[in-house]
Design a binder for this molecule. Sequence first.
Ligand SMILES: CC(C)(COP(=O)(O)OP(=O)(O)OC[C@H]1O[C@@H](n2cnc3c(N)ncnc32)[C@H](O)[C@@H]1OP(=O)(O)O)[C@@H](O)C(=O)NCCC(=O)NCCS
Length: 164
Amino acid sequence: MSAVSAVPPAPRQVGWLDLAAVIRLNRLCFPDPYSVSRFAGFLLTPRCYILAVGPASDLRGYVVVSHQTCPAPPRLVAEVTSIATHPDARRQGVARLLLNEVCQREAAAGIGQLYLQVAVSNLAAQTLYASLGFVRDRRLPKYYQSGEDAWLMVRALEPETRPD
Ligand SMILES: CC(C)(COP(=O)(O)OP(=O)(O)OC[C@H]1O[C@@H](n2cnc3c(N)ncnc32)[C@H](O)[C@@H]1OP(=O)(O)O)[C@@H](O)C(=O)NCCC(=O)NCCS
């Protein structure tokens, strides 16, 4: 990774040309990374998208967002499916920038709720999410392959939501 400037560049939408860089960062950041086909599926799924900070040659972070239909009352909600920041670019506001952009996009699209799952041991990510208004909804026993539990965290989105 090149020398990092103080202000991260604005998030941009990832397409096929940049997908390999996102997959590399996912592998660098997680012990149980997603497969190439899963990432390809994100780009092929309607309403699913990937945002990134930095060019493919110097990718600082990414977030994958997908959507689910909740049955009662019937509504579409958004999920932060994966988010990571390059180890050399952490604590510089990259993840906050990505999540604020997601909140703004989803609120503008009329989505009322954003949710995610986070390992109970991942205090860095939980601190990040709490700082952005996510609250714990419930504990998901043995959510991960390792057997670890997850917290389901949710944030309500209002039409007037603006970046923090
Ligand atoms: C969690 C992660 C995405 C945070 O990315 P980041 O770009 O470093 O986060 P930011 O710089 O935007 O941090 C914003 C706020 O989150 C909190 N935070 C982030 N990292 C933290 C840490 N290691 N310890 C405590 N708080 C932390 C802080 O409140 C921080 O604000 P501050 O720096 O002004 O104190 C990053 O550590 C990462 O990629 N981890 C590995 C992958 C992962 O765990 N992803 C989440 C899976 S649910």
